[in-house]
Design a protein around this ligand. Structure first.
Ligand SMILES: C[S@@+](CC[C@H](N)C(=O)[O-])C[C@H]1O[C@@H](n2cnc3c(N)ncnc32)[C@H](O)[C@@H]1O
Length: 296
């Protein structure tokens, strides 16, 4: 059991295929990185989806100081996969900054306590301890550059609503619980605020595990371009979003719009205060989607 903000948050280990272990929240029943496990999911969805190392090394694509936003630090599997990939492959200049956001340290504390069973945190216990205690840690990358990793411990939409500056992201690992558990993280308002934190001259790719039509519609209406991400676990596809057209390897096309969105019984965008809504898209929202530059 982990005490978080006065509330008790509990997790348990979950055995997956191949002897891999992951963790499950007992509060909401959601398993982190189901089926393929923490390492594989982090690599397939987030590292490959954002083309992390390639883009961190490329001049003009964040190569002068690449910035990663790790939204939903949780048990730090995505963040540590990035740490390992960058430590092995970074050849850029300017180093990398990683900002991890979470309103709870429950999953992180569980991952540290169960590091032997989970395996992936084992080599990083000192770094995780420093990050947890001081809110920041510096780790070496290739060529004398550094990874500057910071922790932002608060509600993510509330942080976005505050005017103070945060470095604009080039990559966003977007990994909250599902919209049923964390509705505030999947709304038009949150995605629009996040889109507003990117800069047109700094190309940004956002990766997430969902393939939900409603979430993709919400991202599009909030100003993101949206495409297909790689398969993982029980999902044959995931989602990659970008702050500019042309960045996506597999953008969703008019076919998706006309067939999938129009026909779906669950394509209405998610809006703050509306609760978990399920329903077809309205004519007005459909027309707005049609006018999106991605489908022009
Ligand atoms: C599925 S877990 C993330 C798994 C993690 N990325 C990993 O690699 O282990 C979801 C995380 O999102 C966090 N979260 C949910 N809602 C949030 C909010 N409104 N603000 C900040 N963090 C939130 C939860 O506390 C939880 O740790």
């Amino acid at each position: 059991m982990m005490e978080v903000g006065g509330a008790t948050e509990s997790f348990e280990l979950v055995p997956l295929a191949g002897g891999i272990q992951s963790l499950r929240s007992l509060a909401n029943g959601q398993t982190f990185h189901p089926v393929v496990g923490p390492r594989r999911e982090a690599e397939t969805v987030h590292l490959h989806g954002t083309r992390l190392v390639e883009r961190a090394n490329a001049p003009g694509d964040g190569g002068g100081g690449f910035v990663v936003w790790d939204v939903g630090l949780g048990a730090a599997a995505n963040a540590l996969a990035a740490v390992e990939a960058l430590a092995a492959g970074y050849r850029g200049v300017g180093g990398v900054r990683m900002l991890s956001f979470d309103h709870s340290l429950g999953a992180l504390d569980f991952a540290v306590a169960q590091a032997a069973a989970l395996e992936y945190p084992q080599a990083h216990l000192a770094a995780l301890g420093t990050l947890r205690e001081t809110g920041a840690v510096e780790l070496p990358l290739g060529g004398g550059s550094m990874l500057d990793w910071r922790l932002y411990l608060e509600d993510f939409p509330a942080r976005l609503a505050r005017p103070e500056t945060l470095p604009a992201p080039h990559a966003v690992f977007y990994d909250p619980y599902s919209p049923t558990v964390n509705p505030e993280m999947w709304t038009w308002e949150t995605f629009a605020a996040l889109r507003g934190r990117t800069r047109m001259e700094e190309p940004c790719l956002l990766t997430t595990y969902t393939r939900s039509t409603a979430v993709r519609v919400t991202l599009l209406l909030a100003g993101w371009c949206v495409g297909l991400g790689g398969a993982t676990g029980e999902k044959d596809e995931t989602t990659v979003a970008a702050n500019a057209p042309g960045l996506l390897a597999k953008p969703l096309g008019r076919d998706w719009l006309e067939k999938k969105v129009y026909a779906s019984t669950n394509a209405a965008p998610l809006r703050a205060g509306a609760g978990p809504t399920r329903g077809p898209i309205s004519e007005g929202d459909f027309e707005r989607l049609r006018g999106h530059p991605q489908f022009g």
